[in-house]
Design a protein around this ligand. Structure first.
Ligand SMILES: Cc1cc2nc3c(=O)[nH]c(=O)nc-3n(C[C@H](O)[C@H](O)[C@H](O)COP(=O)(O)O)c2cc1C
Length: 191
């Protein structure tokens, strides 16, 4: 588990390789048993794995091509759009908490299949709503997950005590280093 948690890093550049939809279904099957407040299980999923035109439009709605300068040929192989039925939302704090847990379950499941992903809060949710023709009253788009087979799986996690060191950096060999705070920085007291 410790190794899985270390490997389950965000990736933004993918191989031009299709993902079998059954794998995506299995990933959601694994994640669907995540804990949720009052066992409400509010997350619903839209898999966009096949429709090239839709995938192209979704890519352009994220910050991947703009902020991260991801090239067209390295865009995610597909997306999971996580939505919630509006009428069932009672507590937004617990909803966000539940969705974080679901995301990490999906993240770890993807890792198990040798895939990687990026959690995407950047897309314009209203535009996704329009694009997917989701009834504006029924569903609310929460976030998206872009996934695929990564260009390279290599990532180094580097320990730091510097709380302002959140930016990834590439080392001499071009490998991304992901700064993470040390245990000593995180545990503020032990009694
Ligand atoms: C709630 C949440 C929203 C995120 N939104 C975006 C996003 O819109 N675009 C993006 O490129 N990465 C996004 N990320 C990925 C984070 O930037 C990434 O998890 C962080 O830099 C740490 O890297 P790591 O996942 O490899 O540990 C998001 C992550 C989380 C948990």
């Amino acid at each position: 588990m410790k190794d899985q948690l270390l490997k389950a890093r965000t990736h933004r550049r993918y191989q031009n390789k299709k993902v079998d939809i059954e794998i995506v279904r299995n990933i959601i099957k694994g994640a669907k048993n995540s804990p949720s407040a009052f066992n409400m299980q509010l997350s619903r999923y839209i898999i966009v794995n096949e429709d090239m035109e839709l995938k192209d439009k979704l890519f352009k709605l994220t910050n991947l091509p703009t902020f991260h300068e991801v090239e067209e040929q390295h865009k995610p192989a597909g997306y999971i759009i996580v939505v919630v039925e509006k009428s069932r939302i009672k507590n937004r704090d617990t909803l966000s908490f539940d969705q974080g847990i679901v995301y990490q379950s999906i993240n770890l499941m993807m890792n198990e299949y040798g895939m990687r992903n990026v959690c995407l809060f950047s897309p314009n949710k209203n535009k996704i709503q329009e694009l997917l023709k989701l009834g504006i009253n029924k569903y609310e788009v929460s976030y998206a997950i872009g996934y695929g087979h990564p260009l390279t799986k290599k990532r180094n996690v580097v320990e730091t005590e510097d709380i302002s060191a959140w930016k990834y950096f590439k080392d001499e060999s071009g490998i991304y280093n992901v700064p993470k705070l040390t245990l000593e920085t995180l545990i503020i007291d032990e009694k």
